[in-house]
Write a protein that binds this ligand. Structure first.
Ligand code: MN
Length: 263
């Protein structure tokens, strides 16, 4: 009996992973006590830093086993934003981590390289014009794809320059309001960034404020924040795998993100 085409396709993927002709790139930052956490204006409740306590470590509390209890905000480190995270997405169907269909966690990815522009301007905003230029080179952004904004911001390894807080708030690149409207029109799966959150540092001043929360989640779409290694991805042709924890009614979670790319 011959294998179905889809079985053959899976075997081919496995063979290509084994022989290295498909590479796996980890887009995830290590998660620990040093992981930077977003700072909100002081009148709002803050998300705590990651912390843990040992339950036992091959000792009298558990002679043969090591395990910890962890404390972590849902939106810490490399993490996934579900539509329910924002008030505009609270009535969207399947808007929580436990209800998003598994299929939506695997999809194509478009990588928009703004590393030069973001190095020159820490408040650089991705615009529809920039995306249209990208589309002229790489084709139309397909429905259901992730759009990731490469800024090389993840190479800022010390917390102060990563958060880049000044007297008037954070300064970091991100999408403009019109960029987000453009991506919703393209019916993308979601938008991902290298910064602490998906929106630009100064996005509290936009109208609407925080468009990559307000508009994207209002449209039932997702976010990915604090990604890294985007400089290893091709502009198109990779497959993204995003697997947040399946927290009941969860608004987001630390996530492991992999990209499968042609070598
Ligand atoms: Mn978030």
């Amino acid at each position: 009996m011959s294998m179905s085409n889809s079985s053959q396709a899976l075997v081919q993927v496995l063979n290509n992973l084994t022989d290295g002709s498909i590479k796996v790139v980890d887009l995830t930052q290590p998660l620990g006590e040093e992981t930077p956490v977003i700072a909100l204006p002081p009148e709002f409740a803050q998300s705590p830093r990651f912390s843990r306590e040992v339950i036992s470590r091959y000792d009298e509390r558990g002679p043969a086993w090591y395990w910890n209890t962890i404390h972590v905000g849902e939106h810490t480190g490399t993490h996934f934003d579900a539509p329910v995270h924002w008030v505009t997405g609270k009535d969207q169907p399947a808007n929580t981590l436990d209800t998003i269909p598994a299929k939506k966690h695997i999809g194509p990815v478009c990588v928009i390289d703004t590393s030069k522009e973001s190095a020159a301007d820490e408040d650089f905003l991705l615009t529809p014009e920039f995306l249209e230029t990208w589309e002229q080179q790489h084709g139309r952004i397909p429905a259901g794809s992730w759009v990731l904004m490469r800024t090389d911001w993840s190479k800022r390894t010390d917390e102060a320059s990563f958060l880049n807080l000044k007297e008037d708030g954070a300064h970091s690149p991100g999408p403009s309001v019109e960029c987000i409207r453009f991506l919703i029109e393209r019916d993308v799966a979601g938008f991902g960034s290298e910064t602490v959150g998906t929106d630009a540092g100064q996005a509290h001043l936009f109208d609407p404020m925080f468009p990559c929360h307000n508009l994207i989640h209002g449209a039932g779409k997702f976010g990915l924040a604090s990604l890294c290694n985007l400089d290893q991805l091709p502009p198109t042709g990779a497959i993204l795998i995003t697997a947040p924890m399946k927290i009941v009614n969860g608004s987001g979670s630390p996530v492991r993100v992999f990209a499968m790319i042609p070598a």
